[in-house]
Design a protein around this ligand. Structure first.
Ligand code: PMP
Length: 401
């Protein structure tokens, strides 16, 4: 190469690596529990009926393909903010939110952290839960934003390490940015309880820390969009001016449409206008303006009462299938005679379950049983179906006994 020969090879994406190995496996028994996308009980991708309906309505409108505004359409942005904070929440009533359309949740995180990088007057340090979604530290690295980790998952209980988290947040320097998964924590499936969120909100307030919520799964955890937004709403009620990354990949199944939003709560209208103007400058210099198709679908669903009702039913159906698969998996492992405790399978929530399988056990279950998952023992519960749950359970029992 004339110019680029010295470029080092980048680290491969672990999830895609698992998919490639799974595809190459010719065993009829093979199961892919690495996928980060919802699958129906036949293991197939799922298009929500509300989304199909919205697409039909949009098609009938014969809309053009002009550029969207830099920040996205007003109706879309307002609908996103209302869905997250609640129609009658203070920031919505006072219009003190700066909300822009983003390239799904990842784009919202990137834009939000980029904004922090440019304008944060306090400690330039992001605190991430340990463990967290692999892309969080990666985005910080790309922006040269230093990060630390706060304790989150307790391997002993396979639950939330509330004391560890509180202790670590108490010693974070004033003005640090605290990244929080609003619900359905990835990769652990472990969420704080309501009282624990209240406690975190109090500490973050007292220690003058800045909460940045990543909400990639609203509705996907409990099946209720309002319940899944409870953490964000507790913080807002406590007077925090939060930053929020939203994604419609999971809860509307719009993965490839890349539609999401970033909100910065500003406390007053004048600041919101200034923040909005700077977010637009960032967007302008990266991709000019957002894509129109996905946001039209989201807008259609959220602003049409009948369609929204259908969507709430659709999200709940996905969440319920996952919750049912958790129950069936746990019962089947226990039924197979396992001596270990498996309550964490049903205590955890959302798409992912941190099984507690060790890297050696993961190797074994992949080699011997053709079941694919990440080395950390994380399984995507969406990959489990009524047809494969018995086999998955039997295999987990086999490698853990
Ligand atoms: N945050 C977390 C914690 C996630 O799990 C995901 C999805 N894997 C995202 C953000 C963003 O995904 P997307 O860019 O597809 O919306």
């Amino acid at each position: 190469s004339m110019w680029w020969g010295s470029v080092p090879m980048g680290a491969p994406d672990t999830i895609l690596g698992i998919r490639d190995k799974y595809n190459k496996d010719s065993s009829p028994k093979k199961v892919n529990l690495g996928v980060g996308a919802y699958r129906d009980d036949d293991g197939k991708p799922f298009v929500l009926p509300s989304v199909r309906k919205a697409e039909e309505l949009i098609y009938q409108k014969c809309m053009n393909h002009e550029y969207a505004p830099i920040a996205g359409e007003v109706a879309f942005r307002e609908a996103c903010a209302k869905l997250a904070f609640g129609d009658c929440s203070q920031p919505i009533v006072d219009k003190t939110n700066a909300t822009v359309q983003t390239l799904s949740g990842t784009g919202a995180l990137r834009l939000g952290l980029d904004f922090i990088n440019r304008y944060w007057q306090k400690k330039r340090e992001v605190w991430l839960p340990n463990p967290t979604w692999f892309n969080h530290p990666q985005i910080c690295d790309m922006l040269c934003l230093p990060y630390k980790k706060y304790r989150y998952y307790d391997p002993k209980t396979k639950g939330f390490d509330v004391n560890g988290a509180c202790e670590d947040l108490c010693r974070a320097p004033e003005g640090s940015v605290i990244l929080l998964h609003a619900c359905a924590h990835n990769p652990t499936g472990v969420d704080p309880k309501k009282e624990e969120w209240e406690c975190l909100s109090k500490i973050i307030k007292e220690k003058k820390l800045f909460p940045f919520f990543d909400m990639a799964y609203q509705g996907f955890a409990t099946g209720s969009v309002d319940r899944d937004a409870q953490a964000v709403r507790i913080f807002v009620k406590d007077g925090h001016q939060v930053m929020l990354a939203q994604s419609f990949a999971k809860n509307m199944g719009l993965y490839g449409e890349r539609v999401g939003a970033l909100t910065v709560l500003c406390g007053d209208k004048c600041t919101a206008d200034k923040v909005m103007s700077q977010l637009k400058v960032s967007i302008r210099t990266i991709y000019s303006n957002p894509a129109i198709n996905g946001s039209r679908i989201v807008k259609e669903i959220l602003t049409n009462a009948e369609l929204k009702q259908q969507w709430l039913v659709d999200v709940k159906a996905m969440a319920d299938r996952i919750i049912t698969m958790r129950k069936m998996l746990r019962e089947a492992i226990e039924g197979a005679g396992s001596k270990h405790k498996w309550n964490h399978i049903t205590d955890q929530i959302g798409m992912f379950c941190y099984t507690g399988l060790t890297p050696a056990q993961v190797d074994r279950i992949t080699k011997e049983c053709h079941i694919y998952l990440t080395k950390d023992g994380r399984i995507s519960v969406a990959g489990i179906t009524t047809k494969n749950v018995a086999y998955v359970a039997e295999s987990i029992h086999k490698v853990t006994s």
